[in-house]
Ligand binder design. Structure first.
Ligand code: 2P0
Length: 325
């Protein structure tokens, strides 16, 4: 029996990954930049055993169906290939999220599974190799191997596409990200399907691709100079551009709900009142607000006049993967 356990934290992109140039290898169309957070994480245990006759996957105590297990099995096939071992596995994952808010993240999930597998089979992969491996499970997972600010270099092949931590002199410790958890009545378009549809059909997509490298350069400069306003402005603009592409997809779609707009308006109002904060959104209606730690209480206080306090979660910068005994 070969057993490993690991914890990985979720990350939120300030410069988004949106679109693949290779669907199988999960090579992105552009570099992205994220902040790993401390509030949401996944703990995963993987056991490879000679006596198992298939892969099984438990998430939050519930045995998962064929579709969810298949994604895990395909990832484990990569691990088995690296290990040159033909063993089935039992994967037990727990997502730690403050409320049942649909924030279960494939980023933390696949990063934890990659790290746990590395541990179980004593593969001794470097963090760079782990990032490459996690990427094959879910693109954004390659960034969750590391803490703080992280850049995912798109690369041109399996070998050259991986994430690296950005040096920031610990500036991320002065920042916070406030989550506004919004209920959504709409049918979900998964990020995988959403980005595929956008790349293949949206006439706005070339505009996204033209701007992404410039936005990335602006964000990296802002981090180097600890310029919060510059980082916030480019984060908000880049997120809006990503969401703009979905409106021109065929068929069109949006991840925004009325409450998402309400949260965005609140951020604009706070800025007008002199509190610097900026929003971003991912493949769902939740709004994430980047703010300096020193102002996070004031932002939360204002949002509590608009949303239930159970919908508001404040996160800080988080660490990279952790091996659990
Ligand atoms: C990001 N998202 O950079 C972007 C912004 C969502 C919007 O990465 O298909 O679950 O498994 O590679 O990583 C979510 O997409 O997609 C994501 P796959 P993933 O965070």
């Amino acid at each position: 029996m070969h057993k490993g356990r690991a914890r990985a934290f979720t990350n939120i992109a300030l410069i988004k990954y949106w679109g693949k140039k290779d669907e199988t290898l999960i090579l992105p169309m552009n570099n992205s930049l994220s902040l790993t957070l401390d509030a949401f994480y996944t703990e995963t245990e993987v056991i490879f055993n000679e006596t198992f006759t298939q892969d099984t996957f438990y998430l939050d105590g519930v045995l998962q169906d064929e579709k969810a297990t298949k994604k895990i099995s395909q990832f484990l096939d990569l691990v088995r290939e690296i290990a040159k071992k033909n063993l089935y596995a039992q994967v037990t994952s727990e997502n730690f999220v403050p409320t049942a808010a649909g924030l279960a993240s494939s980023a933390s999930g696949l990063a934890a599974l990659a790290a746990a597998s590395n541990e179980a089979l004593k593969l001794q992969l470097s963090e760079t190799d782990l990032s490459r491996l996690a990427r094959r499970g879910s693109g954004s997972a390659c960034r969750s191997i590391f803490g703080g600010f992280v850049e995912w270099e798109q690369g041109i092949d399996d070998h050259s596409s991986y994430a690296t931590p950005l040096s920031s002199d610990h500036w991320e410790d002065d920042l916070a990200m406030l989550f506004v958890l919004v209920n959504d009545q709409q049918k979900d378009v998964s990020s995988r399907d959403g980005m595929y549809r956008t790349v293949t059909t949206s006439s706005f997509y070339p505009g996204w691709l033209a701007d992404a490298p410039k936005d990335l350069a602006t964000a990296k400069k802002a981090i180097q100079e600890k310029d919060f306003i510059a980082l916030g402005e480019v984060t908000e603009a880049n997120g809006l551009k990503m969401h703009g592409t979905t409106l021109a997809a065929v068929p069109p779609f949006t991840y925004w709900s009325p409450d998402s707009l309400k949260a965005m308006q609140a951020v604009r109002k706070l800025r007008a009142d002199g509190i610097n904060c900026y929003f971003t959104m991912d493949a769902g209606p939740n709004v994430k607000i980047l703010v300096e730690k020193k102002n996070s209480k004031d932002v939360k206080k204002y949002l509590e006049t608009l949303f239930d306090s159970s919908q508001l979660v404040c996160a800080y910068a988080g660490p990279g993967i952790e091996i659990l005994k």
